[in-house]
Design a protein. Structure first.
Length: 182
């Protein structure tokens, strides 16, 4: 019995959601009358257009790009703009790259912070192990925890050094991109 109640509830939720979605879209449920080839000038577009209720619908991005327009989609709106020689598309790509660099720098900062905290914890453990073994270097050198923490500290410090080098490179690239956008 529970099974049928769950099935019925799922059907009602899914069916109701579909009805709400369909009511907001005038093309939902319409019959495609024909599929037609699409040409821009003499150039055949590698996708088709469809005809619904006597209206031809074509993919905006494909048509826009072939006609040399810049196509942007933002917040549910498609915008077609002419590309000019003084176009800022290179500035846009530079700004996108700068955003990527900033995200990478932030991720690197967080990774270095995490590494530094872990290094501190491992160095504390190494100190405890040194105190435990005192002058018995043979026992200390054969302790598995000691070996692990020693190797971890070395690897984490090396990783932080690599991250610092990457950050230097990213900051140089960022400065060059910022200079180009001025």
């Amino acid at each position: 019995m529970k099974k049928w109640i769950i099935v019925g509830l799922c059907a009602a939720v899914l069916g109701g959601g579909t009805a709400v979605w369909a009511s907001g879209s005038s093309l939902v449920g319409k019959k495609v009358e024909r599929i037609v080839s699409l040409y821009v000038g003499d150039t055949k577009v590698n996708t088709d257009a469809i005809i619904i209720d006597g209206v031809t619908y074509a993919p905006v991005r494909k048509v826009g790009e072939i006609t040399g327009l810049q196509v942007n989609y933002e917040s549910g709106t498609v915008k077609l703009n002419r590309k000019n020689a003084g176009d800022n598309s290179s500035n846009t790509s530079n700004l996108t790259r700068i955003e990527e660099i900033n995200a990478r720098l932030q991720a690197n900062k967080e990774k270095m912070k995490s590494n530094s905290q872990s290094i501190g914890e491992s160095e504390k453990k190494l100190g405890e192990l040194r105190a435990k073994y005192g002058s018995d270097q043979t026992g200390l050198q054969s302790d598995k925890d000691y070996k692990y923490h020693l190797a971890f500290v070395k690897a984490a410090k090396a990783e932080n050094a690599d991250i610092e080098k990457e950050n230097e490179s990213l900051n140089k690239e960022k400065q060059q991109l910022l200079a180009m956008n001025k």
